[in-house]
Every structure is written in structure tokens, then in C-alpha cells.
Ligand binder design. Structure first.
Ligand code: ACO
Length: 345
């Protein structure tokens, strides 16, 4: 078993996910957009995406995923509490990773979630760091638990409604994204299981490569403005692709080296689900079989900060993860940012 970076352990005792019921296939998109299933599948691996109806906001998905994570911990008797309400009262921090929060500046979406699940004793904050938000949130959660004896549990959620922030006339971006949320309940323990190391990084020189310009203090909305296109993601796809392949490769290599591990020690790599071709290229560079990477992008497309916790929940509930398995989560996104976590399940 690998050496742990932290002096205490952070075990994931519950996972949950939520996706909106409306499922839109590539063929359905092709009815209103100059695209086709063959192009999207061959360039990205995406077959469908789940899209939130107008009444569903980021926190709605986050709350559902959070409740599912709490309920899993109770079902598996990973905690003494018997109801979601009781368990929610023991949560010390609610962290929501998202770039498509309920409100533009405030309040934090985590506060909406904290209230909705009845986590009355918890602090709440958002981590707004695009597709890397969940890994940044995980490290924030572990850090906040480790610095105080009074904190024991943190809910870390990745939740996005990206469909509301894409230009639905731009076939180069809109086909890539989907909506959803995933959550984990982190508990401070003395167990050798849990997060053993996380690395975080950024290269702000690529800030313009993936950007939502309108509405911030750089390009504020002004009285009298006519909205031609609602705020939306603009992307230099090639630049992001190149960055992503390098970030995935280097993050995996650095994490393994820091823990004195070989790639063979890792049961499964859980990458951010942005494009299957990014994973294929990274697998080739690392000389690792593609099958060692978990992919569910075909069903959900790119759900940004939600993609890794959704994947963790699917793996957990399907029984694919055995106790003691070492898994490596790796994310990258706008910023440009990246990060990875080694987790002993
Ligand atoms: N359907 C049909 N044709 C399309 C589509 C589409 N949906 N989108 C683009 N095309 C066309 C283009 O117009 C272009 O046509 P042309 O040659 O006649 O000009 C052709 O396909 C090639 O376009 P490229 O943009 O060069 O295609 P590329 O092979 O680079 O693939 C892609 C584009 C999939 C976006 C790729 O660059 C990529 O995956 N980049 C990384 C994107 C990413 O991961 N973003 C998110 C990461 S961070 C986060 O998750 C927020």
C-alpha cells in the first residue's frame, strides 16, 4: 500500500449522481444543426447528452446527487446515522464545484444545496474552476477537514447545466456538452483507504482558449445592451485538445512518481470525460491499454465538473470498484487548469 501524503485519511463513504431525464441523441441534434452522428462519434465518442428542462437549475441536480450520496452511505452502513436528515446534520462542509452556478455572483450554489438538504451545521462554498472544479473541490474538502478537529465530513459535488451556456448554433461546441451532477461524501478517518494524494495545477496563459466572456467585470452587461447571443462558451478546440492530452499524461506520471507507484498498480483511471480521443492519445503516450481508462462519455457527453463524480458513482454502484483498489482521477479544463487524485477505494 502506498504512503499517504496526509496525516489523516479521507475516505469516500457515499457517492451519488443526478442527470436530467431528457436525453438528446446526436441524430436528434442533427435535425436542427449541420452535424451528424458519424462526425460527433468519430471526433468525440459522444452518442447522447442529458439536457435540463427550463425549470432545472444547477442546484437542483446538485441536491439530488448529494441526497443520493448520503443515502448510499446509510444503505452501506458506512455511518451510524439512519436517515438522510440525520446524516446531513453531521456534514461540516458543502462544496459545489461548478461553472454554471444558479446565480451569477452570489449566493454560492453550495448555500442553496446546504439549505435544501438540511446540512444546518455545515459551511458552504463554491469552487468555480471549470472542468477541474471537482478535483479542486476534493482537495479543498480534504484540506478543510484536515485543519480542524471539529470538522469530520464534507460533501463535495460537481454540478453543471452547461446546456444553458453554449451557443446552440455553433456546431463546434454545442454538441460536446451535457448536464448533470455527481457527489461524494468525504469522511476524515484513520483508515488506509481514501485519498492518498492530489495534485493541482494551472497554466493561465491559456485563459482565452476556453472562455465565457460576457457578464463578468471585464465585459459587463450594461443598461441598454441588446442580447444577441446569451453568454456562452467560446473554445479553441485544437489548443484545448493539445493541452488536455499533455495534462492527462503529466498528471498521471507525476502522481505515480510521487507515490512510488507503477501504472500497473492502478486498477482504473477515471478521466474527465471531455473527448474519447483525448483519452486515446494519452493512453498511447503512456503506453497503457485504453481499457484501463473508464469512459461513459457516450451517454453523458462532457458534463464538466460533474463528469468524474458521475463516473465514480456509476463505478461504485455497479460493483466495479473493489475494496483496496487504487484509482486515479484526472481532470483538466478552462483556466487552463488540471488536477489529479489517487484514491484507495
Ligand atoms: N459536426 C460536423 N462537422 C463539424 C462539427 C460537428 N459538430 N464540428 C466541427 N465540424 C467541422 C468543422 O467545421 C471543420 O470543417 P472544415 O474542415 O470544413 O472547416 C471540421 O469539422 C474539422 O473541425 P476541427 O475543429 O478541426 O475538428 P477537430 O478534429 O479539431 O475536433 C473538437 C474538434 C472535437 C472540438 C476537438 O478539437 C476537441 O475535442 N478539442 C478539445 C475540446 C474539449 O475537450 N473541450 C472541453 C475541455 S475542458 C472542458 O471540459 C470545459
Amino acid at each position: 500500500m502506498s504512503k499517504k501524503e496526509y496525516t489523516v485519511g479521507f475516505e469516500i463513504i457515499g457517492t451519488g449522481k443526478a442527470v436530467p431525464p431528457k436525453r438528446v441523441t446526436n441524430d436528434e441534434l442533427a435535425k436542427t444543426l449541420d452535424t451528424n452522428d458519424e462526425w460527433i462519434r468519430s471526433h468525440t465518442g459522444i452518442g447522447a447528452r442529458h439536457i435540463a428542462d427550463d425549470h432545472i437549475a444547477c442546484s437542483d441536480l446538485a441536491v439530488e446527487a448529494a441526497r443520493n450520496a448520503l443515502s448510499w452511505a446509510i444503505e452501506r452502513q458506512a455511518c451510524a446515522e439512519k436517515t438522510i436528515e440525520e446524516l446531513a446534520l453531521t456534514v461540516d462542509m458543502v462544496i459545489v464545484g461548478s461553472s454554471t452556478t444558479d446565480y451569477f455572483c452570489c449566493p454560492a450554489t453550495a448555500c442553496i444545496v446546504q439549505n435544501a438538504i438540511g446540512a444546518k451545521n455545515a459551511g458552504a462554498m463554491d469552487v468555480v474552476n471549470a472542468c477541474s472544479s471537482f478535483i479542486y473541490g476534493l482537495e479543498t474538502g480534504a484540506g478543510l477537514l484536515s485543519v480542524s478537529n471539529d470538522r469530520r465530513r464534507a460533501l463535495v459535488i460537481g454540478a453543471e447545466v452547461l446546456s444553458r451556456f453554449v451557443d446552440w448554433t455553433d456546431r463546434g461546441t454545442c454538441v460536446l456538452f451535457g448536464d448533470g451532477a455527481g457527489a461524494v461524501l468525504l469522511e476524515k478517518t484513520n483508515s488506509p483507504r481514501g485519498i492518498s494524494r492530489t495534485i493541482l495545477g494551472a497554466d493561465g496563459s491559456g485563459a482565452g482558449d476556453l472562455i465565457m466572456k460576457q457578464g463578468g467585470s471585464r465585459y459587463p452587461f450594461k443598461k441598454g445592451d441588446t442580447v444577441v447571443t446569451p453568454p456562452h462558451m467560446e473554445m479553441n478546440g485544437r489548443a484545448v485538445y493539445n493541452f488536455a492530452v499533455g495534462a492527462v499524461t503529466e498528471t498521471i506520471t507525476t502522481l505515480l512518481k510521487a507515490e512510488n507507484l507503477a501504472i500497473e498498480d492502478v486498477a482504473l483511471i477515471v478521466p474527465h470525460q471531455a473527448n474519447a480521443r483525448i483519452v486515446q492519445a494519452a493512453a498511447k503516450r503512456l503506453n497503457v491499454p485504453e481499457g484501463r481508462f473508464f469512459l461513459n462519455i457516450e451517454e453523458y457527453a462532457n458534463t464538466s465538473s460533474a463528469s468524474i463524480p458521475i463516473a465514480l458513482d456509476e463505478l461504485n454502484r455497479s460493483g466495479a470498484l473493489r475494496t483496496g483498489d487504487l484509482i486515479l482521477c484526472v481532470a483538466f479544463g478552462a483556466g487552463l487548469t488540471y488536477g489529479g487524485s489517487l484514491i484507495r477505494w
